[in-house]
Design a protein around this ligand. Structure first.
Ligand code: DGY
Length: 355
């Protein structure tokens, strides 16, 4: 256990106690925003950022350039997520602000949930559950709630899983596919050799993957390159029996185009954990029976969320001390004049202007 660290850590919404306890045991003064259902507004964040040493943020808080520029004393941002598209990283880097994330610990839980969505959408589990609850089940029948095979099934036809983005989570999803005797292909343009080297999948182009896969699963971070990676043209290129699964970021898919593709039968079904304008959904999505819709719970196992809290807190304590955060995503700043100047400017815990 660390101790002897002073300074203020502001936490934008409650995280598991294990993280808060770690921060307090390290000597930090910890403030947590309101309740679980209440997110700080931009002006609240602006005020907080003027007054804290380290911000522990959630993926729901957009930390833009204005906020970062208005936080001259900030020593770092520890994001409670592996994704960090909520933080304007180039500005943070330019200003010498370290930013960290929580990789690795959520890989397996997110891969598990990807498979829950894949199986649920393919075999219409949610529709079937609703059918039962509504009292519609009166007589078993050979055509009742027919879905798609995931394993080769009785016909021995191997199914293909196409994985877009072959990082940690994409690979964990691929490993699980072996249990279903699937053929796995993957598209990872920045390092296609990683796909082949894994021995888990064959590297293919995006076009090939979309045209030949029975299941398509998205595992890319949200960047300007991946925004709307899957739009009307890509959905149109998929098989009409295909199932799309997204546990990455909502805006990787053009959600309006997805609603149209699902309604017109361009693709068979979708399993979604994330949404383009979260928590809102595109008009019509909720009414489509061929969807399984979850509220961004990819990493929501007790163990994972505790581990994320521990990692975020560990990074925050390192930032308070002016040390390199273990999961820093812009580590180049540690050699920068901007970081040196920022860290020297004020010792943690000194009085701040908070209004
Ligand atoms: C992440 O960490 O980026 C997930 O979306 C939530 O755990």
């Amino acid at each position: 256990m660390v101790s002897g660290t002073s300074g203020r850590v502001f936490v934008t919404r409650p995280i598991p106690d294990v993280g808060l306890d770690f921060l307090r045991a390290a000597g930090a003064h910890v403030e947590v925003w309101g309740g679980a259902g209440d997110a700080p507004a931009h002006h609240d964040l602006a005020q907080w950022l003027r007054g804290c040493d380290v911000l522990l943020s959630l993926l729901t808080e957009r930390i833009d350039a204005t906020l970062l520029e208005g936080a001259p004393h900030l020593r770092g941002i520890a994001n409670y997520a592996v994704g960090h598209d909520n933080i304007e990283l180039p500005t943070a880097t330019r200003l010498g602000i370290p930013v960290s994330n929580t990789p690795d610990v959520l890989t397996e839980s997110t891969a598990d949930l990807t498979w829950a969505l894949l199986l649920g959408a393919a075999r219409r589990v949610v529709e079937a559950d609703r059918y039962m609850r509504l009292g519609n089940y009166r007589l078993w029948g050979p055509k009742l709630l027919l879905g798609e095979d995931v394993s080769p099934g009785c016909e021995g036809a191997t199914k293909q899983l196409g994985i877009i983005g072959f990082g940690r989570i994409g690979q964990a999803v691929a490993r699980r596919a072996q249990g279903f005797s699937m053929r796995v292909v993957a598209h990872h343009p920045s390092a296609p050799e990683r796909v082949e080297r894994s021995g888990l999948a064959a590297a293919v182009s995006l076009e090939q993957l979309l045209a030949t896969s029975d299941f398509v699963s998205l595992h890319v971070p949200l960047t300007e390159t991946t925004r709307h990676l899957i739009g009307a043209a890509e959905l149109g290129a998929m098989r009409s029996s295909a199932v799309l699964v997204n546990t990455s970021r909502g805006a990787v898919v053009d959600e309006k185009a997805l609603v149209e593709a699902l309604a017109s039968g361009d693709i068979a079904a979708a399993g979604l954990d994330v949404y383009e304008h979260e928590p809102a959904m595109a008009t019509g999505l909720a009414e489509l029976p061929n969807t399984v819709l979850l509220p961004h719970i990819g990493s929501a196992s007790r163990g994972t969320r505790d581990a994320m809290a521990r990692i975020a807190a560990t990074n925050a304590v390192a930032m308070l001390r002016g040390e390199a955060a273990p999961q820093c995503i812009n580590p180049e700043i540690y050699d920068s004049a901007a970081f040196d100047a920022r860290i020297r400017r004020l010792q943690p815990g000194e009085p701040r202007l908070t209004t």
